[in-house]
Design a protein around this ligand. Structure first.
Ligand SMILES: *[C@@H]1O[C@H](CO)[C@@H](O)[C@H](O)[C@H]1NC(C)=O
Ligand SMILES: *[C@@H]1O[C@H](CO)[C@@H](O)[C@H](O)[C@H]1NC(C)=O
Length: 275
């Protein structure tokens, strides 16, 4: 399944992930105490060791508690609360690539796959994470359907691209005017929530470019996609233009080994999307 392929977007080496930052934090808090000690008796050292172990244990318990995680170590603060993503991926801002060939340009946008935006999450997990219950997932009544916001925004941008392209060609866009306006508003809110403070330098001249060559620290779209696959809703946005299609048809694409395959077979027989 292909998602956005952007040549300027690549993963950083492992060592920069906050996993190791978290380890460092633990080591740091260990380091300070014993070095200050000048005690003489073994008993003293024994007490010290025990108390150090206890405080480590306390720290570990704190770190594994989702509530304190949010106020805890800096690295944890920077982790997203649901998929646990960190800004471990660099994006180099390059000059906006303008396709010479309009057909190829449109294909680029159409080929951005947003199927992974739909996930099935268990009610238990959802309650633990302070979310509201979603519409029931067809193959497991203890799960709800959720749309990951990043993928929703990507869907919206695709819809806007489709609408502009079709209007230019005097053809009918896939989505209604109201849907496009909803999408614009949704992206606006995303931008405001992100409130990016990155100063983009301007090149000299009459027609300046912004931020060319600057490097951004980003979360990984691949990592988000991988997290989505772990919570697959067996979803594919097939027959996007067909408003009358049975929506269940879109939930029959379970990956191999999925626990829902039997349920899907009961409904669709051999017409499942299982490969
Ligand atoms: C644009 O690209 C398509 C597919 O790659 C090709 O079939 C078409 O001839 C190209 N059009 C022009 C004007 O170059
Ligand atoms: C959906 O589209 C596929 C082709 O991509 C077509 O074979 C199928 O009949 C369509 N299904 C419905 C319900 O329209």
């Amino acid at each position: 399944m292909s998602t956005v392929k952007d040549p300027s977007y690549h993963q950083l080496p492992e060592k920069d992930s906050s996993e190791s930052a978290e380890e460092e934090y633990l080591i740091e808090s260990n380091r300070v105490r014993p070095s200050k000690v000048v005690g003489k008796s073994t008993l003293f050292y024994a007490i010290l060791l025990v108390s150090s172990l206890l405080s480590n244990l306390f720290l570990i318990v704190q770190l594994s508690n989702p509530a304190s995680r949010r106020n805890g170590a800096q690295s944890d603060e920077m982790r997203t609360p649901f998929a646990g993503l960190v800004r471990d991926t660099e994006m180099v801002l390059e000059k906006t690539y303008v396709f010479e060939n309009e057909t190829e340009h449109n294909e680029f946008w159409e080929n951005i796959n947003v199927d992974a935006g739909l996930v099935a999450l268990s009610d238990e997990w959802v309650r633990e994470h302070g979310l509201q219950l979603g519409q029931r997932f067809p193959w497991d009544d203890t799960k709800g359907i959720y749309v990951l916001e990043g993928f929703h925004s990507m869907h919206c941008l695709k819809s806007i691209h489709d609408a502009l392209t079709k209007l230019k060609a005097k053809r009918r866009p896939i989505y209604t005017w109201d849907h496009i306006m909803h999408c614009m508003d949704s992206i606006r809110k995303n931008i405001m929530c992100e409130a990016s403070d990155l100063p983009l330098y301007s090149t000299p001249g009459e027609d300046p470019e912004l931020g060319i060559g600057e490097v951004k620290q980003c979360r990984s779209w691949e990592a988000l996609t991988a997290w989505s696959h772990e919570h697959t809703a067996c979803y594919r946005l097939i027959n996007e233009t067909d408003a009358h299609m049975d929506r269940l048809e879109r939930y029959k694409f379970c990956p191999e080994g999925s626990p829902y395959i039997e349920r899907v077979r009961e409904v669709f027989g051999d017409r499942t999307g299982v490969e």
